[in-house]
Design a protein around this ligand. Structure first.
Ligand code: G6P
Length: 610
């Protein structure tokens, strides 16, 4: 989604805003822009289509300075990516606005404003905000009050940064439905969609809550809640360092994040296992009582996080004996599903701000009052705040739009949940200890899987001219195949579909020929022999196979078959381990194809709109 950054300082803020935009670029990257102002220079704006680098070039040609500024990196929703649609939007040369979210009543506001003589220069839903602030300002003559009145007129979701040429020392921010944080400096203040944007300038943050408005100057910030009452929100020190979001020696963030997985998974397990048991305190205060009452699990998520939920369903039913449903949140929220009060609603989200997942959770809490557990990577996110139980994945910031370490840490967290519930359903202590030992092995197994990197790199060239591909798995490896297919399509733009291998003969086999690679995952589990028969069906039709197989699976290279061996892993953790080669495959194919690996076309990292 879009990224916002803003600053009010004694020093020139343009370079701070540009560094912030670079760090937020993962949120949206089809255009970018900024406004800077001060008493001396007035209000200036630069915008450019494409990446933040294009805006930087623009600024080199036409520099800008100012002590107050707002900036934005866009992921188009209303209106194509173009300079006219890029933020900030300005009204009458006086009021400038950056916005993340969607204003649902923009058409109605636009009609009124056109009648009142406001001229529109973009197709965005955002421009109405600039005009509305301008209109209220004419009456009340106070920027914070004008923004407050404007937010009362808006329906939908927003995080806003607003400045006015008439008050060149002031920045007003507001949030409802989209994340926004204030960065607290010494004699200077900032705003951003994500703390990552501000780490070079501060580590002290105040997280705005739903409906909050912030009136910010160099010296101070004042907060108001949805009723307009003054409030204070806690100031928090971030433990992240600026380097946590830097690429280091890796060519792309995605590759860095793939290689961070052993550490990220180890961090996610840390302090949560002891004496062959999962420690329930990991789920938060009062977890034991909530988990005792759970008879069913309903998992809600989107994208890659949904695939983690799909894997967990196999675990929760087979290992914990708990009935489990999994659904993409954007469908669930609109179909009046039946959920019982003794169902634990588990939301899975890297960002904790995905609009569909949040809305589905709110709906089910309001209608049924179910207890909720969030599995999430961002401690300050809305999802975490709105769930009674929380299990943090400790993946660290994930910048590559295609999710990697978030997924494997989600799976790790879901294994912890599985074991905590399994114990209640009679899992013997020695079995739990065996599973816990497998979990403790996991970081090492991932390291071994990463050793396939060079071999997969060499394989990638075979994919560069392909247009379609098929991914096959069985059991919990089927959703892993889905995730592998998603990775490949997201970043290499090769059409990829996943099927449970047993389903092949019911349709997709018709597609198989020498031109379409078929990728299969074959751990040494109960379904291995059945999978092998399915792969024979592919070979018999001249299909070319790439198989990631357990060394003990008895699968070798042969005519039309390339096999990549993986050291044996316990069946429980195999879905996590086999994810790794599929990530590497997608990565190397994308690099060969020359696509933008970290920022694939048309996608955004955190989708905070419906
Ligand atoms: C977007 C991202 C995906 C992500 C999905 C859910 O589509 O591009 O990588 O899986 O949102 O995001 P969440 O933050 O809820 O896990």
């Amino acid at each position: 989604m879009c990224g916002i950054v803003g600053a009010v300082a004694e020093r020139d803020v343009v370079s701070i805003l540009m560094e912030g935009l670079r760090r937020l670029e993962y949120r949206g990257y089809d255009s970018a822009g900024l406004v800077a102002l001060d008493r001396e220079h007035g209000l200036g704006r630069r915008r450019a289509v494409g990446k933040v680098a294009a805006l930087a070039e623009r600024l080199e040609d036409e520099p800008l300075t100012g002590h107050v500024g707002i900036a934005h990196t866009r992921w188009a929703t209303h209106g194509a990516p173009s300079e006219a649609n890029a933020h900030p939007h300005i009204c009458e040369g006086r009021v400038a606005v950056v916005h993340n979210g969607i204003i649902e009543n923009h058409a109605e506001l636009r009609r009124q404003q056109e009648v009142d003589g406001y001229r529109f220069t973009s197709q965005t839903d955002t421009e109405v905000i600039a005009h509305q602030v301008h209109r209220h300002l004419a009456v009340c003559n106070d920027l914070a009050e004008a923004v407050r009145r404007t937010t009362a007129d808006l329906e939908g979701a927003y995080a806003l940064g607003v400045v006015s040429a008439d008050e060149p020392g002031r920045l007003v921010a507001a949030r409802r439905g989209s994340p926004l944080v204030i960065g607290v400096g010494i004699g200077e203040h900032f705003i951003a969609s994500d703390v990552a944007a501000l780490l070079p300038v501060t580590r002290r943050f105040v997280y705005l809550e739903e409906g909050d408005l912030a009136d910010i100057t160099r010296e101070a910030y004042r907060l108001f809640d949805v009723e307009g009452q003054g409030v204070s929100r806690p100031e928090q020190e971030s433990s992240l360092t600026p380097g946590a979001v830097e690429r280091g020696n890796y060519r792309h963030f995605m590759l860095k994040e793939i290689f961070e997985q052993p550490r990220a998974v180890a961090d996610t397990l840390e302090g949560r296992l002891a004496g062959g048991r999962v420690l329930e305190e990991a789920f938060g205060y009062g977890a034991a009582e909530v988990l005792d009452g759970v008879r069913e699990v309903q998992i809600l998520a989107c994208g890659t996080s949904y695939h983690a939920g799909m894997v967990a369903r196999y675990w929760l039913e087979a290992v914990a004996g708990v009935p489990c449903s999994v659904e993409v949140a954007n469908e669930f929220r609109y179909r009046r599903p039946v959920v019982r009060p003794d169902t634990l609603v588990v939301t899975i989200s890297q960002s904790g701000e995905t609009a569909d997942t949040l809305a589905a959770l709110r709906d089910i809490k309001a209608r049924v009052g179910s207890r909720a557990l969030a599995i999430c990577n961002v401690p300050e996110s809305s999802l975490v705040r709105e769930s009674e139980l929380v299990l943090m994945t400790r993946a660290g910031p994930e910048i590559g739009v295609a999710s990697t370490k978030a997924f494997t840490t989600q799976l790790t967290a879901l294994l912890l949940l599985t074991l905590a519930l399994a114990r209640r359903n009679g899992l013997p202590a020695e079995r739990e200890a065996e599973y816990v030992a497998a979990l403790e092995e996991l970081p090492r197994r991932i390291e071994r899987a990463l050793e396939l990197n060079d071999a997969i790199d060499a394989l990638a060239a075979d994919f560069a001219d392909k247009h379609h591909s098929l991914f096959l798995g069985r059991g919990p490896l089927y959703p892993v195949a889905m995730e592998g297919a998603l990775k490949l399509k997201e970043i290499s733009y090769i059409h990829a579909e996943a099927y449970p291998a047993g389903e092949l003969k019911h349709g997709p086999l018709a597609l198989v020929d020498g031109e379409m690679p078929v990728i299969a995952i074959a751990p040494n589990d109960d379904l291995l022999e059945k999978l092998k028969s399915n792969l024979q069906e592919v070979r018999a039709r001249g299909g070319r196979l790439v198989v990631f197989a357990d060394t003990a699976a008895g699968m070798d290279d042969g005519e039309g078959v390339r096999t990549f061996p993986l050291e044996h892993s316990h069946e429980l953790i195999a879905p996590v381990v086999y994810t790794v080669p599929l990530q590497l495959l997608a990565y190397h194919v994308a690099v060969i194809k020359g696509t933008d690996v970290d920022q694939p076309r048309n996608l955004a990292k955190s989708v905070t709109v419906e």
